[in-house]
Design a protein around this ligand. Structure first.
Ligand SMILES: C[S@@+](CC[C@H](N)C(=O)[O-])C[C@H]1O[C@@H](n2cnc3c(N)ncnc32)[C@H](O)[C@@H]1O
Length: 288
């Protein structure tokens, strides 16, 4: 078995993990500080007296629920920069901040693609990865089941001055879209998929990661050819190992040049440098 890889998202001007411990994390997002639950942070925090503008309380990873307790000063949305693009950060009902900073190492791979590359971003949410690829001169297809998420992604494109770039915004069930692309004989240079544990397509199509990922991934690999560069799969909040993702992806790309790497995604704490694990990934790439 190949060694597992640890990807690290480093602190940035507009987002940093400031401290973590006792099941919580303190983050800076733009000018605001937030406390969110973090079951993986089982260690003691560096400091006890966290000053924050908001905290997500209640709920749990499994059942969801919970709500934000925000100071009046926190606006509904505020602009930040990530990986050279701009987006509207916000406190969402699902305890998110409108983007996933741990995706930074994957954004860097998209930013390094040759101009004109065809990129497919599945489960694209608010579109940071799509904008990073468009900013690098790629032609992008952004697919998400949520009309609201696609609207937010388009608003982020506007904010980033990328609204005129070749990005196709698709509101559709990922499995349906990919199956149709396979029938059409389409191909892509890069594919990114970041599926949730559970989800629903715009027509109520059920997405269950453990049941549906194998078929979706197999279809995605049919959109790759010998000139393709990379396929990145990430999953989070699910009892799965990176070795399982490697085991799923590797047999599907044996006819392609290159190799598969798998491992953990982490965020580095700004002060102590402690790594907070966030998700797992498997990545096929033609080169290194
Ligand atoms: C956590 S987000 C992905 C985050 C994104 N990769 C990013 O880095 O910003 C999961 C996304 O999957 C979408 N989704 C859920 N079920 C889906 C389905 N069946 N087809 C397509 N998208 C779906 C949700 O609307 C949500 O935007």
């Amino acid at each position: 078995m190949r060694d597992l890889e640890t990807l690290v998202a480093e602190p940035t001007a507009d987002f940093a993990l400031l401290d973590s411990g006792h099941g919580r994390k303190l983050e800076r997002c733009g000018p605001w500080r937030f406390i969110r639950p973090e079951p993986q942070a089982m260690w003691a925090p560096a400091a006890d007296d966290w000053q924050a503008d908001g905290e997500f309380v209640g709920g749990s990873d499994e059942e969801g629920g919970g709500r934000w307790r925000l100071s009046d000063a926190v606006p509904p949305a505020w602009p930040i920069e990530q990986a050279g693009v701009h987006l509207h950060a916000q406190c969402t009902p699902f305890r998110h901040l409108g983007f996933f900073p741990d995706m930074a190492p994957h954004w860097a791979r998209l930013a390094a693609l040759p101009e004109g590359s065809e990129v497919l971003n599945l489960f694209g949410y608010t579109g940071v990865a799509s904008l990073v690829a468009a900013n690098a001169g790629c032609r992008v297809v952004h697919v998400d089941a949520s009309k609201k998420a696609v609207e937010q992604a388009r608003a982020n494109a506007q904010l980033s001055g990328l609204a005129d770039k070749p990005i196709r915004w698709i509101t559709e069930d990922a499995r349906k879209f990919v199956a149709r692309e396979v029938r059409r004989g389409r191909r892509y240079d890069a594919i990114l998929l970041d599926p949730p544990k559970f989800g629903r397509g715009p027509e109520g199509e059920v997405w269950d990661l453990t049941d549906h990922l194998p078929t979706l991934l197999a279809d995605c690999t049919k959109l790759l050819d010998a000139d393709s560069r990379v396929l990145i799969l990430t999953t989070y909040a699910i009892r799965l190992s990176a070795i399982a993702l490697d085991g799923l992806l590797s047999p599907l790309v044996t006819s392609l040049p290159g190799h598969v790497r798998a491992g953990e995604m982490t965020i580095r704490e700004e002060r102590r440098g402690t790594l907070l694990p966030t998700a797992i990934f498997a990545r096929w790439s033609a080169g290194g």
